[in-house]
Design a protein around this ligand. Structure first.
Ligand SMILES: Cc1cc2nc3c(=O)[nH]c(=O)nc-3n(C[C@H](O)[C@H](O)[C@H](O)COP(=O)(O)OP(=O)(O)OC[C@H]3O[C@@H](n4cnc5c(N)ncnc54)[C@H](O)[C@@H]3O)c2cc1C
Length: 394
């Protein structure tokens, strides 16, 4: 049996569902498939997003998928020196929400369906072949094998993406650019203020950081990301040590374990080929410093969906036509990613004692507002080393 569509989106994470929604809104016939039986589960995410990020995508916050509205940030250096940045003291333009991804991802897929996309769950793409006017994709659903003929394929298959590579794009992430993350969702977490997210820096998580993201009452996502090139231990081993030593989690119990990769090396050289676009984690659309990829991946999905619909209606699905998506992506997400790559590389050079000195210097800094960019600007102010490395960028 062969199913025929204008646009096939492989992967119903936030990036894929957004691509499907916008392609369908533009008038294309769209099929969105995911190998999972439940879209959004299991989650591999600390579930933090910015308020402005959702606004920029035109998504109304919905209490069904928001567990917490945040009120500030606590930054903790290796010796325990902490910096509190809360809304009573500073403006928080990037203040955010903690989502319930299992519900959020489903809602994003529902939006895609309401815009006209067809959805197939428990449907795995197993390979694809180029045809004259698109791709013939092999798929499998509940033991049944079938083929999907698509003018355009949007690869939204997450951090372990294979689809773009089937089309010949070099999107493989090198080990030095793949953050290994481990996280418990925990109960019995005793935070000093459960309206703030907490970040812990230094050798607690080599190459990354540890976090506690509150989800309400005594529940929180407690996790960390490490680079395998910076440590001999696994992310899970670092997480167990962190949970045992951190006062907030010492008495907490896990109800869920999430293990996953987060591509933090930026976008690959090419995001399009004839009849193919790649979005989200599969396209490295992740902030290299924070590891956040929900909003940037959805932005990529939105741009790809719009370009796909226009290309189909014009009858031109060539690489040249689809390169509009690549250009828009580099403008809207790429510049930020490139800047934060440099900040991440700089952070990797800092020892625990240097991080402690920065935290101590931050005690005397007046913060008017706090965003990731503002924090880097203040870092440049207190650290001559940061000034040399990052001064020109911020
Ligand atoms: C531990 C951890 C914490 C994180 N915390 C945050 C955070 O707080 N905030 C933030 O913004 N980002 C965070 N991220 C990153 C964020 O989770 C990702 O950037 C985001 O999920 C990317 O969305 P996506 O749609 O590109 O991919 P995914 O959400 O990974 O979705 C890809 C989908 O493709 C499907 N798929 C894969 N292969 C196939 C196939 N062959 N056929 C059919 N379906 C397929 C998968 O089942 C999956 O549903 C975190 C990541 C990790 C690992």
């Amino acid at each position: 049996m062969v199913t025929e569509v204008d646009v096939l989106v492989i992967g119903a994470g936030p990036a894929g569902s957004t691509a499907a929604k916008h392609a369908a809104m533009g008038g294309a016939s769209v099929l969105l498939i995911d190998k999972k039986s439940e879209i959004g589960a299991p989650k591999r995410c600390a579930e933090g997003v910015s308020v402005g990020g959702l606004e920029s995508l035109g998504i109304e916050p919905n209490p069904r998928w928001i567990t917490k509205k945040l009120d500030g940030v606590r930054l903790v250096s290796p010796n325990g020196t902490d910096v509190w940045l809360t809304s009573d003291k500073v403006e928080l333009p990037e203040a955010g929400y903690i989502l319930e991804r299992k519900v959020f991802d489903k809602h994003m897929a529902m939006d895609a369906a309401r815009a006209g996309s067809e959805i197939m769950v428990k449907t795995l793409a197993t390979g694809m072949e180029k045809t004259d006017d698109g791709y013939l994709v092999s798929a499998e659903c509940m033991g049944r094998e079938f083929e999907i003929k698509a003018r355009i394929v949007i690869a939204a298959d997450g951090p372990e993406s294979r689809v773009a590579r089937w089309a010949g794009l070099n999107t493989a992430t090198k080990p030095k650019d793949m953050e290994s993350a481990a996280q418990f969702e925990m109960v019995g977490v005793e935070m000093e203020d459960n309206n703030c997210i907490e970040f812990y820096f230094g050798s607690v998580a080599p190459g990354g950081y540890a976090w506690i993201f509150p989800k309400g009452d005594d529940i929180a996502n407690v996790g960390l990301g490490v680079l395998s090139t910076e440590t001999d231990k696994s992310a899970y081993e670092h997480l167990v040590e962190f949970v045992e030593s951190c006062p907030a989690t010492r008495n907490a119990q896990p109800v869920e374990l999430n293990i996953g990769g987060d591509p933090v090396g930026g976008m690959p050289k090419e995001l399009v080929a004839d009849s193919l676009m790649v979005v989200g984690d599969a396209a490295g659309q992740v902030n290299p410093l924070t590891g956040g990829g929900i909003i940037s991946g959805m932005t990529g999905g939105m741009l790809a969906g719009r370009v796909a619909a226009a290309a189909v209606s014009e009858g031109d699905v060539s690489k040249k036509r689809l390169s509009e998506y690549e250009r828009l992506c580099r403008e809207e997400i790429g510049k930020e990613i490139d800047r934060y790559l440099k900040v991440k590389d700089y952070m990797l050079t800092l020892s625990d004692s240097e991080l402690d000195s920065i935290a101590e210097a931050f005690q005397d800094v007046e913060f008017e507002k706090v965003s990731t960019t503002e924090l880097v600007k203040k870092l440049i102010k207190v650290s001559p080393k940061a000034l040399i490395k990052l001064g020109k960028l911020f």
